[in-house]
Design a protein around this ligand. Sequence first.
Ligand code: HEC
Length: 217
Amino acid sequence: MQDPLFGNKVAAAILTALLLIFGLPQLTKALMGGGHHSDGELHLAYGGDLELDTGGAAAEPEPEVDLGTLLANASAASGERRAALCKSCHTFEEGGANGTGPNLWNIVGRQVAGHAGFNYTSALKDAGGAWTYERLDHYLENSQEYIPGTAMVQRFPRDEQRADLLAFLQTLSNDPVPFPAPTPAAAEEDAELDTAEEALENEPVEEAGDADPEVEE
Ligand code: HEC
């Protein structure tokens, strides 16, 4: 009352204090309730949002590729190299001896736990049926999880590596079992897969940073 500018002075003092405490960008942001382009923090946050929107396609977790597609792209030669570590327990050739594990000639399509002269666990015997590529794929991915109690302990978490192994197992026969057909949709996606992977490697965060000119000045 005594000073007609008292209110203004108080406001100015508060503003100055806030400025000192928070700095201009944050204050502008707080007062305007919106974004300012020069605000580094906000910039980042915006980049994060963008990443979700535009980076969505590229940043998606790798799409599940069906086994047929994986097998169509698999390399029996790589599989054979990888299968070196099976050899401590298995033989691969026709008429080969059983070792710690059974001989694996003709394994695809063979009865599960069906090789003569090998003493299988009841866990594997109880599994029943024949070995398909799908079942072998599960068994090799995590044998203990797929058939709890089986004597073999193997884990190949990478889809492509298992596909290579399966492509090698296919060759262990005079009459190889054909691979399952790739599902059509997946086959198309597969063509785009490389592009998607490349995009992933190009770090969508940076792309998002470049893409912010829409932000109001
Ligand atoms: C340390 C030994 C060992 C290694 C290494 C090993 N296996 Fe085995 N495997 C076994 C044993 C033991 C069994 C029998 C399991 C049972 O009776 O439960 C078996 C069973 C199997 C079977 C089922 C056979 C049938 O007749 O039903 C397949 C298929 C198989 N192994 C594939 C592989 C492949 C492929 C590799 C290499 C990537 C591999 N194994 C590495 C020990 C091993």
